[in-house]
Design a protein around this ligand. Structure first.
Ligand code: SF4
Ligand code: SF4
Length: 308
């Protein structure tokens, strides 16, 4: 017979699946001992660039019990965003995760539903939902919970479905049954390292965030550095190169979340359309998208940088 922790874990995982999550894994909420020195070394080498927020709340980022009072468990969840259709090869490119509606809203909604379910089924359970939020090391938690391993490109990946999914967490004050990490299946492969257009993967498992196209096109507020001109491989918002070349991503399957479908115009836009985009079209195409984060001026800056 299942004990109550195992039973609760089982019904939470079944509900996560019903809500559309790909998978769900659970870890004890505790100090992330192995991550601490890695994060410290990464920050000391300024690999966070201008992403100042990565330095804030150092202790809270490594210890969920400081972030959410009384927390006992970190529930990690994956939500697929791999699209059934992608942009044409000859266009300026957007990271696939940004095709549809802003994932923050879509996932927050699902996480809240999961928390209400837990409260209805189990009782008074407190918790907080996190989606791609600076204080939580989501990849480390997902790996610890057995949802995949962190590859040499520093993304989480699985043998079953590759790496094109979002990671989110629910941190709750209920003890559950905990999962275990899986093994690394990168082996001798170095495809992601070899393909990175800006050589941002400085060694296996270490991405220098301050050299990554995602950082330049989304996070960097100033002018793009001229020494990288011609090296962006036509990426205007984010970059998927290290994931696109990963052999495990041939197992990616299209998502079935209608909110992640792109605006009908988006996939057909040519380089010329992007170069001539007006603020009105930007607002229409990206009405509910995470691309709004760069604002119109940011996207224009990126496109200008890609022109020969
Ligand atoms: S996202 Fe692009 S730039 Fe960043 S590490 Fe991967 S391949 Fe390199
Ligand atoms: S491309 Fe190769 S080395 Fe890089 S994450 Fe995928 S399997 Fe690992």
């Amino acid at each position: 017979m299942l004990n109550h922790k195992a039973k609760y874990s089982e019904i939470i995982k079944a509900e996560a699946k019903r809500l559309g999550f790909l998978s769900c894994g659970i870890s004890k909420a505790e100090f992330l001992e192995t991550e601490a020195p890695r994060l410290e070394a990464w920050l000391n080498k300024n690999m966070n660039g201008e992403m100042q927020y990565m330095e804030n709340h150092f202790d809270k980022r490594l210890d969920p019990t400081l972030l959410v009072e009384g927390s006992k468990s970190v529930i990690s969840l994956l939500l697929n965003y791999y699209p059934s259709e992608t942009q044409t090869d000859t266009s300026y490119k957007l990271s696939k995760y940004a095709y549809g509606n802003d994932y923050h809203h879509v996932i927050k909604h699902k996480l809240k539903s999961l928390l209400y379910f837990i409260q209805d089924e189990i009782g008074e359970v407190g918790g907080r939902a996190f989606v791609d939020s600076a204080p939580v090391l989501d990849k480390a938690w997902a790996a610890k919970s057995g949802l995949g391993w962190i590859g040499k490109h520093s993304n989480l990946l699985t043998q079953q479905i590759g790496s094109f999914y979002f990671i989110a967490e629910l941190i709750i004050d209920l003890e559950l049954e905990y999962d275990h990490a899986t093994t690394d299946h990168c082996g001798t492969c170095t495809k992601c390292i070899d393909a990175c257009p800006t050589e941002a993967i400085t060694e296996p498992y270490v991405v220098d965030g301050s050299k990554c196209i995602s950082y330049f096109t989304i996070e960097l507020k100033e002018n793009l550095p001229s020494e990288f001109k011609g090296k962006f491989d036509d990426w205007m918002f984010g970059c998927d190169v290290c994931q696109d070349v990963c052999p495990w991503n041939k197992f990616s399957k299209p998502h079935n979340e209608p909110l992640f479908n792109p605006h009908p115009q988006l996939l057909d836009m040519t380089k010329k359309d992007w170069e001539e985009i007006t603020e009105d079209t930007f607002k229409k195409v990206f009405q509910k998208s995470a691309v709004k984060r760069t604002k119109f001026a940011g996207l224009e800056r990126n496109i200008e940088f890609l022109k020969p």
